[in-house]
Design a protein around this ligand. Structure first.
Ligand SMILES: Cc1cc2nc3c(=O)[nH]c(=O)nc-3n(C[C@H](O)[C@H](O)[C@H](O)COP(=O)(O)O)c2cc1C
Ligand SMILES: [Fe+2]
Ligand SMILES: [Fe+2]
Length: 398
């Protein structure tokens, strides 16, 4: 029995699941080294509403534990903020017991839930501004299209003044205590940033617009309850302000050197290029990221923080090394804006890789600062000097 329900506010109880063991999410797409949580919330006023459930493997335990906290027949409404299985996975098990209870969600979510579970549940479709009275307080709904799916919905609880934000403001971060003021602040920031960088970057424009819209509503806010990770109860506005900064083409005074190498020739080039950059700007942060040895999502988080990147690969079979293709594909998907880049790499006879990298970075919207640098085989003293000069030229253009 893993039940650890806890009180969030006068009327809200956390009834989710802490998944200490989760190491990857979205199949194998996203690393979650700190585990995660699937947050579900029970709101008990004159009426009772359940906001979201948990991921499918935990569905049975979720329902069993819920029964210890409340008689399921007392649940008047289910709210599904998002149709993705990490939050809707408990519905089959739950709705088997309470089949007639209405499920409040967006029309998109109703469509997605039908398409995934093939059940004829009692969906009530809601739009921005719709409300659901729970007695003394009500839930106010705000659609959050593309944060991060077309179906996402936010719900604001008047009275307790809580925003249920679905996947926005979340972190894949499991912790014994799920309040922002009680956890390691460095860990929390890193996980929130990695989550934003990897999941929300493609939708930054919509994030910025939604934040403006919610701020204009001037809702008094005591807490933000996301669907993963800690609840923001101390200074909840901080994560909204942070998201506003992240959504605004975020960058720090950092350059990431992202490379792969078979016999370390390109690796040596990376080191010399870095020397050159440092000679021009000793205070700039430089990150060395070997794409085959470092986690791809951590690399994306570092690219997100960088104002410029250098991508290096040796040429193999007239192409780039496979970990470089993989990271370039992810970088393209993210749609980063206002970042600068150049390419480099060692080669033996044909040397296509740096040019291919430059083309991909151009297509991905990066401003190419200087032409790519190619070095045949292992760079000698002159080659190493060319690498340093390349680094200096790059840094001067930043
Ligand atoms: C399997 C394999 C395939 C290669 N294919 C090419 C190629 O198509 N064109 C080329 O210019 N060099 C090719 N090379 C040579 C490498 O690019 C060269 O050895 C380079 O210096 C390796 O740099 P690295 O130590 O950074 O990996 C190939 C090397 C290997 C091992
Ligand atoms: Fe999601
Ligand atoms: Fe989620």
């Amino acid at each position: 029995m893993w039940k650890m329900h806890f009180s969030v506010s006068d009327h809200v109880t956390w009834v989710g699941k802490t998944d200490w063991e989760l190491q990857t999410f979205h199949g194998e797409e996203l690393s979650t080294f700190k585990g995660s949580t699937y947050n579900a919330y029970l709101i008990q006023d004159e009426k009772t509403a359940l906001v979201d459930t948990v991921w499918t493997p935990f569905a049975r335990q979720f329902v069993e534990d819920l029964k210890e906290t409340i008689d399921l027949d007392e649940i008047d409404y289910v709210v599904a903020l998002h149709a993705e299985p990490d939050h809707s996975g408990g519905l089959i098990e739950l709705m088997r017991e309470i089949p007639d209870v209405p499920i409040y969600c967006t029309s998109m979510a109703a469509r997605f839930l039908r398409a995934q579970y093939h059940q004829d549940w009692n969906f009530v479709e809601v739009k921005t501004g719709d409300t659901l009275s729970l007695g003394k307080q009500e839930l106010v709904f705000v659609e959050a299209k593309m944060l991060h799916w077309p179906d996402n919905l936010l719900a604001y609880l008047t009275g307790d003044q809580i925003l249920f934000s679905s996947d926005a403001f979340g972190q894949h971060y499991s912790s014994e205590v799920l309040f922002n003021d009680l956890v390691d602040q460095g860990e929390l920031y890193r996980e929130a940033l990695k989550y934003y960088a990897n999941i929300l970057t493609p939708f930054s424009k919509m994030v910025a617009r939604k934040i403006d819209e919610v701020l204009e509503m001037e809702l008094p806010l005591k807490m933000i309850c996301p669907s993963h990770g800690v609840i923001w109860r101390e200074d909840p506005a901080q994560i909204i302000e942070t998201y506003a900064r992240w959504a605004d083409d975020y960058q720090e005074d950092q350059v990431a050197i992202v490379y792969d190498t078979m016999w370390d020739s390109t690796g040596r080039m990376a080191a010399m290029i870095s020397d050159g950059i440092r000679a021009v700007d000793p205070t700039l942060t430089i990150k060395h990221l070997h794409t085959a040895k470092r986690d791809k999502n951590d690399i994306i988080a570092e690219v997100f923080r960088s104002k410029a990147i250098l991508v290096g690969s040796s040429t193999v079979n007239r192409g780039v090394l496979s970990s470089i293709s993989a990271i370039l594909s992810l970088i393209e998907e993210m749609g980063f804006k206002k970042k600068k880049a150049s390419a480099f790499g060692s080669y033996g006879w044909s040397g296509e890789a740096p040019g291919l990298i430059r083309e991909t970075l151009e297509d991905a919207g990066f401003e190419i600062l200087i032409p790519e640098l190619r070095e045949a085989w292992t760079p000698d003293a002159e080659g190493r000097d060319r690498c340093r000069t390349f680094g200096r030229d790059f840094a001067r253009q930043l």
